[in-house]
Write a protein that binds this ligand. Structure first.
Ligand code: FAD
Length: 282
């Protein structure tokens, strides 16, 4: 097996493009475990560690936040720059695995692996994030909603890398909460609910709800958000939105919970996430 440590994105993309069995190596939390279990046998590993442009979190003058692909979960969970609704990504980072995983794992590695039980995918969809990629045909900006296309499958093309995630500026008065239900602390989610909401006094003016672990990709429904906008987020509105989300889900049935159990969690986790987001605003 070959091991490369390119210093630029161009070099990395070139190495990946010419060998379909080469793999980018980020934190290694998942990739190395899969290699140890002989689930993957790449011909080459292309380490992204020396590519300086993939590191760090920055804010532009309009409030857009850019998180480099090699930014660790630990860095995201401690950043102060995420404002209002953007904080959904920090909330998700804080409940990923345990400290060792948060020190190793990266934003780019997590979303490229596209595990439906992972925490970032639902949070990025709720945040209406854009995924920036770099590959042989240049840079692409992909909506988070379109990036995750199936179980462990993304819209990345051969030789293409995630270079960054961009979070749009937060609306005034927005806040966010991420509710994760797991069998034990540090486990992947049985179900998670990400909520980014904007209120005008007590009335919801804008909301994006997304579920994790409720299907092969994050689950979001315009109709569910519409059932909440214009309401005071009372129990009836939350129940109506939960029913629409359950209908839109294609739940997994695995060791972390049956499909039926996961769907039973939706109304309660949605209620908690909405209450949590409102509390953070006040
Ligand atoms: P790697 O393992 O290096 O790579 C993962 C995959 O992505 C590989 O296929 C690799 O080739 C590819 N890749 C890496 N970077 C890029 C890039 N920039 N562009 C394109 N492809 C790329 N996750 C959660 O969300 N919640 C949890 O609760 C959780 N618990 C965990 C518990 C354990 C014990 C372990 C081992 C992992 C857990 N994870 C959890 C996963 C963890 O968050 C990892 O960070 C993540 O899955 C992979 O990130 P990484 O940076 O280590 O990527």
């Amino acid at each position: 097996m070959n091991f490369y440590e390119p210093a630029t994105l161009e070099e990395a993309a070139g190495l990946l493009a010419k060998d379909e069995d080469a793999r980018p190596l980020a934190g290694g939390a998942t990739l190395v475990a899969m290699m140890n279990a002989e689930l993957l046998e790449p011909t080459s590993l292309v380490s992204l560690r020396r590519i300086a442009s993939l590191n760090g979190i920055s804010t532009s003058s309009d409030g857009t936040v850019t998180i480099g692909a090699m930014t660790t979960h630990h860095e995201v969970s401690n950043t102060e720059v995420l404002d209002g609704g953007q904080a959904i990504v920090r909330h998700a980072a804080r409940v990923i695995g345990h400290p060792a995983i948060r020190n190793m794992g990266t934003m780019g590695g997590s979303i490229s692996h596209a595990d439906p039980a992972a925490d970032y995918p639902a949070a990025l969809v709720a945040a209406n994030a854009m995924i920036e990629t770099f590959g042989p045909s240049g840079t692409r900006d992909i909506k988070a909603e379109d990036f995750f296309i199936d179980f462990l499958e993304t819209s990345l093309e051969q030789g293409e890398l995630v270079s960054a995630v961009r979070l749009p500026p937060s609306s005034r008065g927005s806040s966010a909460a991420y509710e994760k239900f797991a069998r034990v602390d540090g486990d992947f989610a049985t179900l998670s609910v990400a909520v980014v909401v904007t209120m005008d006094t007590d009335t919801c003016t804008q909301i994006r709800v997304s579920l994790g672990s409720a299907g092969p990709t994050p689950v979001r429904a315009d109709m569910a958000d519409a059932a909440l906008v214009g309401t005071v987020l009372d129990d009836d509105a939350v129940s109506a939105a939960a029913a629409i989300l359950i209908e839109a889900s294609d739940p997994l049935d695995d060791v972390r919970g049956s499909a039926e159990y996961r769907m039973m969690l939706v109304p309660e986790l949605l209620r908690r996430a909405i209450a949590g987001a409102r509390k953070l605003r006040s």
